[in-house]
Design a protein around this ligand. Sequence first.
Ligand code: CMC
Length: 433
Amino acid sequence: MENKTKLKGTAKLQIDNKTVELPIYEGTAGPDVIDVKKLYAETGHFTLDPGFTSTGSCESQITFIDGEKGELLHRGYPIDQLAEQADFIEVCYLLYYGELPKRDESRAFRRALTYHTMLDSQIDKFFEGFRRDSHPMAMMAGTVGALSAFYPDAMDVNDPEQRRLSSYRLIAKMPTLAARAYKYSIGQPFVYPRNELGYAENFLRMCFSVPAEDYVPNPVLTDAMDKIFILHADHEQNASTSTVRLAGSSGTHPFAAVSAGISSLWGPSHGGANQACLEMLQEIGTVDRIPDYVRRAKDKSDPFRLMGFGHRVYKNFDPRAKVMQKTAREVLDDLGVKTPLLKVAQELEKIALEDEYFVEKKLYPNVDFYSGIILNAIGFPTSMFTVLFALARTAGWVSQLNEMNQDKTQRIGRPRQIYTGAPRRDYVSADHR
Ligand code: CMC
């Protein structure tokens, strides 16, 4: 990756009697950054920023978020345009290669992915080792990590061809693995991929087809699934992507790095919020119970939070939530589903957006607020929601990893700390403690 930051000026930092000059760089968009790389060498001080609220970890040319405006761009293209006009495979290509594919490039890319949709049959034995009630995210983290054992031919992250091969394998195999995790959890036989089908349709078929009855595709659901994949494809340096980069910075196998990302995504503050959000909407159940939950969300002595609300970067509407809301309505209308969940969600959104607490803290609905309603209507159990997020985010993870491995300034990630534990002391034998 050719580094493109521009030197804009310097910041002066005074520590005791010493003044150090730190370069300020500007990118294409977003806040300028103060480069503190040399701070330790020049002053003997580290910076401290738990949760990385003020810290950039890398230069990237993939995704940009303007949190104040509520804008998300992939390689410069707004997410709503991609969701409305592109398909997921085009977005995968865009994220990985930096440009939208021409027709022949798109054909070749799709064809190449279909060569990698199958799994080594040994992997099925891994599934058999899991309890049937295992959370599918546990199965995903385990089996994606295990797949690194099958591809020793793609371990050299300095070789662009090996990186490409791992990336294609990950994007292509993730639906097959995710569908297997689902089928295993409900005790149904695995369904093999069909390469003549599109990415989303193939995935839905692998989840919902049974030997006794083939899956009849519904274009509205296929389209909604594809949109959900696009909306989750990448989101710059979030927790799971940073985890993939940090794990990958040691030069580990890309499947192992992505397995680490899946583990990070699982938590309810991150990808797990879509499961938690639908469970919350189901628990609320009816509109008259909403004020009680809003009151609880505002009560600092109550750990309850409004799931699907708030974001570290967005201080405005998450643009993905807007597309999701529209898609939810389309899916429910098409299926003729009369669930109270959408009504509860819309009313909850309205009340929260007018409430002083949420207004003041700039807490808006995020991508997870409506996605669960769609996935629930399609027929997925809540435990699968985060798996679908992981499937889609794989496009971003492999693109970010590929970018990192081309970055000449890339070194192993190694944060520091401020130590506040016991000072040096001598070992005391058990008799004298
Ligand atoms: N309900 C009630 N209060 C909230 C919420 C919420 N959902 N989110 C934040 N707050 C309050 C929080 O209590 C804090 O208040 P105070 O300043 O008085 O202590 C303030 O808003 C700032 O919150 P924070 O936890 O310091 O902010 P953060 O940037 O560390 O956390 C977040 C961001 C997304 C983890 C958080 O908003 C949250 O827990 N939301 C619910 C979970 C959720 O929907 N996560 C999905 C994120 S989008 C998908 C993804 O990218 O993974």
